[in-house]
Design a protein around this ligand. Structure first.
Ligand code: GLU
Length: 495
């Protein structure tokens, strides 16, 4: 068994139990890429049959995270499709009918033993030194026929095979043989007493009915895989291509968790990680194109993605590396595109209006090149750009004084430099560069003695974009006014 012929149908089948985590998104991405690579379809199915773990609003969170990242589905909630409904709680009759058909075939049975009765029987068996129950019918003290006649509640269990072998094939790990006699697993529940299916029944039935050709799922399902395999066999269905994707680890090699940055995808987006950077970086966790190429566009990823290159050893999520990817992607964005993406952050910080005008966007586009080299997250934009929009306030005037300088001398330098600048006619970066260097030389000063006070006066901080470019963009009037304000603040602070 190897790859099915293209096009493939893959799916993401989340349970609405919480946020979509950045680590789980990697496996989803692999499914999505494989569907796109083969020109097939990617489905979204909501597995909400475990009512105890159900979280209100989680489904909306999941769908909006997927949309924000740009991984749209061809069939599923919102978009519909030929196999609707795509929410398992709306398909109960389908699972019940399938469970009934397995009972009819004699490969599943109704079990009337309650959880308490099973626990009591197991306790007795343990006391006698016997192994726990694996089969849940014809149990001592339980008259199945009488309970059936009385219409008592039951669940439906699959009769697991106890002879022969279950031979399974996984695309990442190859063939694995399980000796059925050695499995020693309790017959799994397919349908619970409340008529809701378990994952084992619902997912297998849906994967089959929805024509899923490649089941990509986390490798935490490996231990129960023989059950899933046997459910396919019990129905007499052809197995899908199974792809157990190795888990994503933290940089310390341990299971990925919050402390490694495994938080919600929404949080990553809000911080200003770009969807394309996230997708590119995640694709490289446990998969590679040629062991060296790192930066790939979405089109290249789709073109190159190959299930056969998923590494069985898994991969590491390193938030710093993602941050690096994000910086590279941000630097490569065209100014107009970057301004559009940055605008919501500036609006939120009150630096531009909530519905930015064309003039405001043009300003943003003018300022951006000055910080594009340094920005790593969109959310850093207000901090990096605020002084372009508003006069710096609240900085300590002591910052104006360069190392080894003194306040009085700095006030004097600011006054002199202001006078020179006032006389400058062509206000652009090269002219400012020349003027300030000449000024330093004529007065026999050191560069920091002049540049630092101006930098702080204009920006309120000691690091900033290039000084001449900043002055050019701010304009003559604003530059001179800020220098005056700074000089006044410093002289009154040092009196
Ligand atoms: N609903 C299951 C989960 O969220 C899906 C597992 C699978 O992909 O088959 O874990």
């Amino acid at each position: 068994m190897s790859d099915r012929p293209t096009p493939a149908r893959t799916r993401f089948a989340p349970s609405p139990t919480g946020y979509l985590h950045i680590g789980s998104l990697r496996t989803v991405l692999f499914s999505w890429l494989w569907a796109r690579h083969t020109g097939g379809q990617f489905l979204l199915r909501i597995e909400d049959t475990d009512r105890k773990r159900f979280v209100e609003g989680a489904e909306e969170q999941l769908t909006s995270s997927m949309q924000a990242i740009g991984l749209m589905w061809d069939e599923g909630p919102i978009v519909g499709g030929p196999h609707a409904p795509y929410k398992q709680s709306e398909r109960l009759d389908i699972y019940q009918a399938h469970a009934a058909s397995l009972i009819e075939k004699g490969v599943a049975y109704r079990s009337y033993a309650t959880a308490e009765e099973i626990a009591a029987l197991n306790a007795e068996r343990e006391a006698r030194g016997e192994p726990k129950l694996l089969v849940f019918r014809n149990l001592p003290g339980i008259d199945d026929a009488a309970r059936e006649a009385a219409g008592e509640p039951y669940n439906v269990r699959l009769s697991l095979k106890t002879t022969g072998k279950t031979i399974v094939h996984d695309l990442v790990r190859g063939q694995i043989e399980f000796d059925n006699a050695a499995l020693k697993m309790p017959d799994p529940v397919l349908l619970k007493t409340d008529g809701f299916p378990t994952y084992a029944l619902a997912a297998m039935v849906d994967d089959h009915l929805m024509g899923i050709t490649h089941v990509l799922r986390a490798d935490e399902w490996l231990p129960t895989w023989p059950i899933h395999h046997q459910i396919y066999e019990a129905f007499g269905w052809e197995q899908p291509v199974w792809v157990h994707v190795p888990q994503v680890l933290g940089s310390d090699g341990k299971k990925l968790s919050k402390r490694h940055g495994d938080t919600s995808v929404t949080e990553y987006i809000e911080l200003g990680f770009l969807p394309e950077a996230i997708v590119n970086y995640l694709a490289l966790i446990g998969w590679s194109y040629d062991d060296k190429t790192e930066f790939m566009t979405l089109e290249e990823l789709i073109e190159r993605f190959d299930l056969n290159r998923i590494r069985p050893s898994g991969g590491v999520f390193d938030r710093d590396k993602l941050l690096h990817f994000n910086g590279v992607y941000l630097r490569n964005l065209a100014a107009a595109d970057l301004s559009q993406r940055i605008a919501p952050y500036l609006s939120k910080a009150g630096l531009i209006s909530a519905e930015p005008t064309a003039a405001e966007l043009a300003k943003v586009a003018e300022y951006l090149p000055l910080v594009q080299e340094r920005i790593k997250l969109l959310s850093e934009a207000p901090e990096l750009l605020d002084f372009f929009f508003v006069d710096p306030q609240g900085y300590d005037p002591a910052l104006l004084v360069p190392k080894k300088g003194d306040p009085a001398q700095t006030v004097e330098v600011l006054g002199q430099v202001k006078a020179s600048l006032e006389a400058l006619e062509t206000w652009d970066s090269p002219s400012l560069d020349k003027l300030l260097h000449d000024f330093v030389n004529q007065l026999g000063l050191k560069i920091p003695q002049v540049f630092m006070p101006i930098r702080v006066a204009l920006t309120g901080r000691t690091t900033s974009p290039g000084l001449f470019e900043t002055m050019a963009v701010l304009g003559k009037a604003v530059t001179l006014a800020r220098i005056s304000t700074a000089a006044a603040a410093l002289s009154s602070a040092s009196v």
